[in-house]
Design a protein around this ligand. Structure first.
Ligand code: ZN
Length: 274
C-alpha cells in the first residue's frame, strides 16, 4: 500500500504537470464523478493546486471543487504527454484530466470523489487525520499527545492509526520502530515521552527522505523505491521490513516477523536491537 511519502511525491509531480493549467478535457468511468462533471463541468476550470494530506491526494480546481482520491492497494496516478502510450491497460482507467501540455490518468483508484473545500474540512476521514510529518505545518508535539491518548495500544498499531499520525503505512511502521530501537509490541504507556519523541523524529526523517522532488516528467509510480538505511543498493534499502529470518544489519540477530493488531498486519523487528 502506498504510504504518505509516495502520495506527497505523486502530488508534487502532478502539481508540476498540471498545476496552474486549464482543464481541456475530463473523463471518468465513475458515475459519482461524471454526475458532478455533467452538472458543473471540469473543462475550463484551472487546476489551482495538487497536494496531499496523509494518504489522500487532493486536486483543487477553480470554482471550489476538490477531487479527493485514495490509492489503497493498487491505485496510481500517471502523467503522460498528449499522444504518449499509457503504461497500463485502458480498462484500468478511472479518471483522465487533460490539459494542453499534460494528461493525468488515474488507474484503479478505489476511492474518488468531488467535494467542496467546506465539505473537505468537515470530511469524516480527512478532517480527522492526525498531524502529517510531510506537511509544512507538522506539529510533532500534537502527534506525541495523540499517541499518549492511546496508552493501552501497542506502538506498532498506533503508528498505523491515521488519526494519530498521518501517512505511515506498514513499511514505515517497522522501519521507524527499528530506527528508534523500540519493540513494536510495547504499549504506548510503557514508553517514555522521549522515546515517543524519537519515534516521531525518525518517522519524519525517513518519510521526508523519500519525497524525492524529481523534475522529470513521466510516470508517477506508487511502488517507487523506498529507502530508510540511506544505502544506495536497492537490496539494502530497508532495515527490517520484508527481512524475516535474515540477519539484522546492525547486530546480526535474525529478524522476526509476527502478525499484529486488529488488521493482522506483518510487523518486522530485531529481537535484540529492539
Ligand atoms: Zn539487531
Amino acid at each position: 500500500m502506498p504510504e504518505g511519502d509516495t502520495i506527497h511525491r505523486a502530488a508534487a509531480t502532478l502539481q508540476r504537470a498540471i498545476g496552474g493549467q486549464i482543464v481541456t478535457r475530463f473523463e471518468s468511468v465513475l458515475p459519482k464523478l461524471t454526475r458532478v462533471d455533467a452538472d458543473a463541468p471540469l473543462r475550463g476550470r484551472t487546476v489551482d493546486r495538487v497536494d496531499a494530506r496523509g494518504k489522500h491526494l487532493l486536486i483543487w480546481f477553480s470554482g471550489d471543487l476538490v477531487l479527493r482520491t485514495h490509492m489503497r492497494m493498487n491505485g496510481s496516478w500517471h502523467i503522460y504527454r498528449p499522444g504518449e502510450r499509457w503504461q497500463r491497460p485502458h480498462r484500468d482507467m478511472r479518471i483522465v484530466i487533460e490539459t494542453a501540455a499534460m494528461h493525468a490518468v488515474a488507474f484503479t483508484v478505489p476511492v474518488a470523489e468531488f467535494v467542496t473545500s467546506h465539505e473537505l474540512a468537515n470530511h469524516d476521514v480527512v478532517a480527522e487525520l492526525g498531524p502529517d510529518p510531510l506537511s509544512d505545518h507538522f506539529n510533532a508535539e500534537e502527534a506525541i499527545e495523540r499517541m499518549q491518548a492511546h496508552g493501552d495500544v501497542e506502538i506498532g498499531d498506533v503508528l498505523l492509526d491515521q488519526t494519530v499520525i498521518a501517512g505511515i503505512g506498514n513499511v514505515y511502521k517497522s522501519e521507524v520502530l527499528f530506527g528508534a530501537r523500540v519493540n513494536p509490541f510495547l504499549k504506548v504507556s510503557q514508553l517514555t515521552r522521549d522515546q515517543l519523541g524519537t519515534i516521531v523524529d525518525i518517522a519524519t526523517r525517513f518519510m521526508r527522505a523519500n519525497v524525492v522532488d524529481s523534475t522529470q516528467a513521466g510516470i508517477v509510480t506508487y511502488s517507487g523505491m523506498r529507502r530508510t538505511t540511506g544505502r544506495a543498493n536497492p537490496s539494502e534499502g530497508l532495515w527490517v521490513y520484508g527481512r524475516a529470518g535474515r540477519p539484522c544489519r546492525r547486530c546480526g540477530t535474525l529478524i522476526s516477523r509476527r502478525k499484529q493488531g486488529p488488521f493482522v498486519r506483518s510487523t518486522y523487528w530485531c529481537p535484540r536491537c529492539q
